[in-house]
Design a protein around this ligand. Structure first.
Ligand SMILES: Nc1nc2[nH]cnc2c(=O)[nH]1
Length: 446
């Protein structure tokens, strides 16, 4: 009889595609020494009782309480780590002003390793406590702080993807916060890749460095071209912002005569390892480009309310089979919880569907067929994120990483409640207090 490192006994929900969630009322999630789900055994299988018995004897059985359920850990596809101290600030300002007056001055402080350590340790712990087992982070321009973020991911056992932010365009970046030149930016990016490699030695969840041009306005063509080459040389993921706002789109058209997606593509920055944040203003040509290239979108529904200038058409991109996951976009988004973004994604999509202007007749008011369901949003928070990062996580399934969360319902059920109802309540009501445990690669991080 196989001995597992941990056997979780209880009920679970896992998305199996955009529209379907599998519920199992009585299962054994058997996790091996490497932190992979070796088997998922259901109550009607022959060895179900024997596995429980062996796990009891070896002290590796973790039995869930009746009100608890197992879910896959969430993947946050867009977090600006150095913006964490500003979460909830200045969201009434336009993107350009918010960047200039609030964001760049804060990010510039991450030259200081001590400050970076303080902020990043708290952020990584907070995201884990909220059920986020994988996060794709923008760091800052300075590698001192970026390496502190890598260390925090490693020490708290979060699956981290971290990018050194590149911004070298003197016309769109302040003197105090900019890469000195394209050459310096490229060297620093390469240094970061090597430093992360060193820190990863003997770690069970290595951090992945990410090529990170901030967005078209803050980068010169020279740096974009060099970053495309580095991504190819090291076969690394790429992240940036794309078609987030009218201002950004207008800038691309004015300076390059093209949309930003087309420019990023020309420089080799749209690949099947790219994750582009926001995309509220992507047009059909951009969407086709994303699909053809295998680019993922980080849908950041809370942030988009403030800076997106439109509602991201999540249903449309999902229907076209473009990879889409969810992002908190700290601090364009004010909340570190992917659950909150699941809820906002649903709510925003309903407003897109129905329309918002009561003076327009109901049949013309909205973009019908745009509403997404809780299942669609759960899919984005798990499988959509995993696909965007090409990871075998986000599902409770044999061969997948044991990146999991154990949650309980917030309110009593007052009688019988079916599994579909429980699922919806969990999606709508879970806060950090209802997340009892979080496991990454088989190790409890909460
Ligand atoms: N939301 C958001 N958009 C950006 N575009 C360029 N930088 C940023 C940023 O930090 N946040």
């Amino acid at each position: 009889m196989m001995i597992y490192k941990t056997v979780l006994k209880g009920r679970y929900y896992t998305a199996i595609d955009q529209n379907q969630v599998d519920y199992q009322p009585d299962s054994l999630v058997c996790i091996d020494d490497g932190g992979t789900i070796a088997r998922v055994v259901l109550a009607d299988e022959d060895d179900y009782t024997t596995i429980i018995h062996t796990a009891e004897q070896t002290g590796t059985l973790v039995s869930l309480a009746d009100d608890q359920v197992i879910l896959p850990g969430f993947i946050d596809l867009h977090v600006h780590a150095p913006q964490w101290p500003n979460a909830g600030l200045a969201l009434d300002r336009p993107l350009y002003e918010w960047l200039e007056e609030y964001t760049f001055p804060l990010e510039a402080k991450f030259k200081d390793a001590k400050y970076a350590h303080l902020v990043y340790d708290n952020l990584v712990e907070t995201l884990l406590a909220n059920g986020t087992t994988t996060a794709l982070y923008f760091g800052s321009v300075d590698n001192t702080g970026n390496l502190e973020l890598v260390k925090s991911c490693l020490s708290h056992h979060q699956r981290g993807f971290v990018g050194k932010v590149v911004m070298d365009n003197p016309e769109q970046t302040p003197d105090y916060y900019r890469d000195e030149s394209a050459d310096v930016a490229l060297n620093e990016t390469e240094n970061f890749i090597h430093e992360v490699e060193k820190l990863n030695t003997d770690q069970s969840i290595p951090v992945t460095p990410v090529i990170t041009p901030r967005f078209l306005p803050s980068c010169t063509d020279e740096v974009l071209s060099g970053l495309g080459k580095l991504a190819n040389k090291y076969n690394l993921p790429i992240q940036s912002h794309c078609s987030e706002s009218d201002w950004e789109n207008g800038y691309a058209l004015e300076t390059h005569g093209k949309r930003d997606a087309a420019v990023l593509d020309e420089f080799g920055l749209l690949t099947d390892k790219s994750v582009m944040a926001h995309g509220t203003l992507l047009n059909d040509e951009d969407i086709k480009r994303f699909k053809d290239r295998g680019v993922g979108v980080a849908h950041c529904p809370i942030s988009n309310v403030y800076f997106g200038n439109a509602v991201f058409p999540a249903k449309k991109l999902l229907s076209e089979e473009v990879k889409v996951g969810l992002g908190t976009d700290i601090s364009g988004g004010y909340d570190p919880s992917v659950y909150q973004n699941i809820r906002q994604a649903i709510m925003s999509s309903r407003m897109l569907d129905e329309g918002v202007d009561s003076e327009i007749s109901p049949d013309l008011r909205g973009k019908h067929q745009a509403a997404i369901t809780a299942k669609n949003a759960f899919y984005m928070a798990t499988i959509g994120g995993a696909k965007s990062l090409n990871l075998t996580t986000g599902q409770i399934k044999q061969g997948y990483a044991a990146d999991l969360q154990i949650v309980h319902e917030k309110y009593p059920t007052f009688g019988h409640q079916g599994p579909e109802d429980t699922f919806e309540k969990i999606m709508y009501q879970t806060t950090v207090s209802e997340i009892d445990h979080v496991m990454t690669q088989g190790v409890f991080a909460k």
